[in-house]
Write a protein that binds this ligand. Structure first.
Ligand SMILES: [Zn+2]
Length: 292
């Protein structure tokens, strides 16, 4: 099973961190049109995890995605990492986001992805927060160690039912592969851009389950300028040292030139479903249950 997801926050990021440049909004609008057309041509439905602020500040974007028949999932309200919030703050943030998205589309939001996979052993209360907001499916687990949390005790990267108190969530983790002693994700983000297409296919050859995730900006064919210290701290809520900003700069710019073409190649060769459909297709009786 191959699941196709897109995290959607670019317009809001431009508005709050950059300079709300009109041409930039237009560029994102055009990129989205191009992406929706590419999916439509192949009859594919994806899940777009949108931040709540996209629904309130850029409703035309969320409406357009929804009108094209894709699932609207939640990607937090203002893209704050879960491991930086208290349970109370996380609940308020999630509720606000889900309300905004549901009001706009008139449809229940059932799927969630935390910004930057920021869920791990230290904030397992997160699953209770989701359940309280009516979420039944999550795609936030990175089942290996990483800079921002990581959820090592989750075990192998296949779907599982997570139980936390009375909360029951169907989890769709991201895949990790072991390469040169590191746990990498090449179904999205930096490594999808760095690795050539044949290598990605080769690395993922043996996997029955694959979770692909992209940010729209991953598909833009242009270099992004380095953030100022102030811009970085406003958005990422951590110290904007030269090193931190430099690392982010490398991560966001590497391999941007042919990412859209690579994605189209992938869409042609892999059968994809969205999270909604994957939930229906998964035989949950046969999957693990993880008690937290
Ligand atoms: Zn995101």
């Amino acid at each position: 099973m191959n699941i196709l997801t897109f995290d959607t926050e670019e317009w809001y990021y431009e508005k709050t961190v950059r300079d709300a440049r009109e041409w930039k909004y237009k560029q994102f609008d055009e990129l989205l049109d191009r992406l929706l057309a590419a999916l439509d041509r192949r009859g594919l439905k994806a899940t777009f995890f949108c931040i709540g602020k996209m629904a309130t500040d850029f409703p035309h974007v969320v409406k357009k995605i929804h009108a094209a028949g894709h699932e609207i999932g939640c990607h937090s309200h203002v893209h704050t990492w879960m491991n930086k919030l208290t349970p109370e703050e996380a609940l308020a943030d999630t509720r606000q986001a889900v309300d905004a998205l549901e009001q706009l589309t008139g449809e229940k939001v059932k799927s969630y992805r935390a910004p930057a996979f920021s869920v791990g052993e230290t904030n397992t209360w997160f699953f209770e927060v989701l359940a309280e907001c009516g979420i039944t499916r999550d795609a936030s687990v990175f089942p290996a160690s990483r800079e921002l949390g990581g959820f090592q005790s989750y075990g192998s990267a296949v779907p599982a039912t997570i139980q936390y108190g009375n909360a029951v969530i169907h989890e769709f983790p991201v895949n990790t592969i072991r390469l040169l002693g590191k746990n990498l994700v090449c179904t999205g983000g930096g490594y999808f851009r760095i690795f050539p297409y044949w290598l990605i296919r080769h690395l993922l050859n043996d996997c029955d389950y694959m979770m692909y995730y992209f940010h729209l900006s991953d598909l833009l064919d242009e270099k992004r300028p380095r953030l100022t210290r102030e811009q970085y701290e406003r958005y990422f809520n951590e110290s904007g040292t030269f090193l931190n900003r430099w690392k982010r700069q490398i991560k966001t710019n590497i391999g941007v030139a042919d990412a859209f073409a690579k994605l189209e190649h992938l869409l042609d060769s892999v059968q994809f479903v969205n999270v909604d459909k994957a939930d229906v297709l998964t035989d949950w009786i046969d999957m693990r249950t993880i008690q937290l």
